[in-house]
Design a binder for this molecule. Sequence first.
Ligand code: AMP
Length: 424
Amino acid sequence: MSSSPLGSRGNMDILEELQLIAAQNLERLEVNKYYEVIRELGKGTYGKVDLVIHKIRGTKMALKFLRKKTTKLKSFLREYSISLYLSPCPFIINMFGIAFETDDYYVFAQEYALSGDLFDIIPPQVGLPETVAKRCVHQVAIALDYLHCKKLVHRDVKPENILIFDRECRKVKLSDFGMTRRAGSPVKRVSGTIPYTAPELCDTSRHEGFCVDYSTDVWAFGVLLFCMLTGNFPWEKALPTDSFYQEFTRWQRRRTGTVPSQWRRFTEQALRMFRRLLSVEQDRRCSVKEVFGYFSHSWMLDGDSNGNGGGGGERERERGGGGVRVEGDGSSTSSSSGEEDEEMLVERMKQQTLSPLSPPVSVERGTGGTKVGMTESGGGHHFVSVSTTSSVPSTNSYDRMPRDSNSNQPPGRILVATPIEICV
Ligand code: AMP
């Protein structure tokens, strides 16, 4: 057994080491001296993300600014080090190894995703073409599996955190590791839920803390899949008071054979996959990599009127798959129907950018009494669910989910907040 300093350093936790090194090397810089700021890419209560050009190298980068007033140095170092640690995965955002501080901010540099994030390209009430959704899902699943193999839990899986690197949405990467913690870490909930929040975390009657677990990522990943394929959230909150959720759990727990109205657009195989990903009992939820077993099946039913190019149901199955071919490196290419889907997607992206104020549209779907409609207001696009199954119709409209709970959101923009959990 070696007792050399090298031996003991080898055993030292790599994440801790990365944080210590980052802390030691954290310089104070003036942003404008080294970077030309092009435009803001995103912002939140935490701070902002700016597109910049490195003045010496000419490289485009995304600089993430975390406000010192609201971010502890420890949290900044953790987010930076985790991002750096995970960046070798081809489907996780890459880093430049640059971290510094200004008077007001802690800052780190990431590669720039030129097509923004997934939230902006999911057509509300329509969803992405199946081939495109599958390709994204495949890449996100590889990223999450990588993270889970490293014993980390992302804890904020949602479209806003999936960045797109080309116009055709061929390459996406997982980003934002601000909430990421080691599996098994004790945390306690402070407040708030979003549609991606797993039921065990929504239960406000549970005041005790809980341990960070992979299964919460799996749940969020299941909700994400639903959003990508339909352009709707399946529910507002995974709570019995939410009629959409209640309908789903009755079917999920086999109390009824009737597939909930919002879920009738999926094939049997897709429903089986959702049942596994969205198991209400945390310990019965499958792992993220189980989705790899479902890619050869079609997910959307034939004749799906949402025009999402789900393409083909039975026909596609006969052709031998859902239109996505997975390459050795984990990326995927699409068949010819996939190419048509992509053209449709690019067209839609153009339309969304050009006409953000298109008139509201309502589509009656199925016999279950659930209507889904598209509304666009205030120049942004929303996912909307309108239930007519309950006596009092519930209208859930969401815009981007903030990273932090913030009661001062502009009215009508953000209705629900991300849970904030603090390590204890
Ligand atoms: P974040 O707080 O890291 O989730 O960033 C907020 C928003 O900024 C994201 O939802 C993206 O739209 C945008 N953004 C963040 N990082 C990047 C990046 N590396 N490239 C392009 N856009 C980004």
